[in-house]
Design a binder for this molecule. Sequence first.
Ligand code: PRP
Ligand code: MG
Length: 180
Amino acid sequence: MQNDIQNILFTEEQIQDKVKELGEQLSRDFEGRNPLVICVLKGAFIFMADLVKRMSIPLEIDFMAVSSYGQATKSSGVVKIIKDLDVPVEGRNVLVVEDIIDSGLTLSYLIDVLERRNALSVSVATLFDKPSGRSVELEPDYKGFTLPDAFIVGYGLDYAEKYRNLPYIGVLKPEVYTAQ
Ligand SMILES: O=P(O)(O)OC[C@H]1O[C@H](OP(=O)(O)OP(=O)(O)O)[C@H](O)[C@@H]1O
Ligand SMILES: [Mg+2]
């Protein structure tokens, strides 16, 4: 698995420091608002778990699974809801937790769904932002790191379902995906 990585962009320690900082900021901003924190599966599962441990306020969690990349490194443009929320969002302060914003298609679709369901507020926290990949305009409310134009894996992020369990963020060697 490590042999497929070209270089490490963010170490485990750098990620943990950033997650702690974000958790503290979110705790201040959502104090008294009992947010519904939504994990966008699968990619955000590790970030979500680490982040909520760093939030020291009452909150609730739920999960939504969406997918648009499949076995590719470019978005198919079609966002599919594979698993929906268990609870209604009407009247709730919602915090959507994402691992990465690339084209922006996943989040713009999700924000639209949540607003149509009458959430009181919809905020977005992403650990990684890749502005060079955008095909729709979208700015996260909270972000960890800005990325260069490269396909990254690890800390929840996959290529063809692999590498999610790497504890760091690495750039995948292009020959790994061009060889397919
Ligand atoms: O801004 P975008 O171009 O839409 O890309 C970001 C989305 O793509 C990835 O999910 P993916 O569809 O690969 O599903 P996964 O989380 O199960 O890997 C990632 O976890 C984000 O949800
Ligand atoms: Mg993926």
